[in-house]
Design a protein around this ligand. Sequence first.
Ligand SMILES: Nc1ncnc2c1ncn2[C@@H]1O[C@H](COP(=O)(O)OP(=O)(O)OP(=O)(O)O)[C@@H](O)[C@H]1O
Ligand SMILES: [Mg+2]
Length: 279
Amino acid sequence: MNGQASRLIQLRQLEERGKKFSTSKIVSICSGKGGTGKTFFAANFAYQLTRTGNKVLLIDLDLNFSNLNILLNQAAKDVISEFFEQRKSLSEIIYNYDKNLHLVFGDSGREDYPRISKEVLEYLFISILKISNNYDYIILDSSAGADELTLYQLIRSDFNIIVTSPEPTAVMDAYVIFKLLSSANFSGEKLVVVNKCTEEDAQTAFTNLFAAAKHFLGEEPKFLGAISFDEAVHKSIVRQELLTEAVPQSSPAKEITAIVNSFVSFAQVANNNHNRFII
Ligand SMILES: Nc1ncnc2c1ncn2[C@@H]1O[C@H](COP(=O)(O)OP(=O)(O)OP(=O)(O)O)[C@@H](O)[C@H]1O
Ligand SMILES: [Mg+2]
């Protein structure tokens, strides 16, 4: 980390003060267990948010196995390590998917990935804050689990959407994320999406997660919605298309649209309460 980054970190306090008066807009998509559908959901959630008139920046922050570029069939010349290694600014590595959806890609298949420290990750958050006025929401796709860096990312976000599949193992791992966020005094919002499920599976999975969080943490998780297990998702990934763009009439696409609508209402209420609290 060079002097420039250190100075930026020193600015954090000042900018944090400014942030208290701004809108909550950083949304991490996370999970305990791997493969629950975070990247698929993050991309389609971001795209569908733009269909409701929002301007969105989607950042691939899966530092282990980034693959948003493959999912969206985009050639990524400038990737996030260029930013972490301070060769490029955040603005310089942003791609336009279209007018309202902008993307930052990770590096895939690189062996000598730069070691990311919390300071470097903080440098990203400061840089996000600087360009945040250009966007309504900034979505961060994450690695599975909660290693030190991922947990830091989740704590620095305003909203965490925890994507789980209905299997008890995945639900238990989602509970662990709740527990870690609770231990770290995360003050933002935690919202649950159950993916690859039937309606009945989703209800059972959420009821179990709710019971565990209520009993052990004294918390009541909020349900954002469920997405059916559907072959159309697999097909869209193979075709490197966004399901919500290519097949908007499919069940999972409609369910993601409903999730986006719930999220937008939820975020509006959260932001109104936040602003009332500040005033
Ligand atoms: N609703 C769904 N119906 C059917 N298959 C799905 C659904 N959602 C995701 N999948 C499948 O699950 C696989 C994993 O999805 P994805 O890569 O988005 O998960 P992830 O949580 O990002 O994984 P990782 O933890 O490795 O980052 C994909 O290959 C996709 O085909
Ligand atoms: Mg992923």
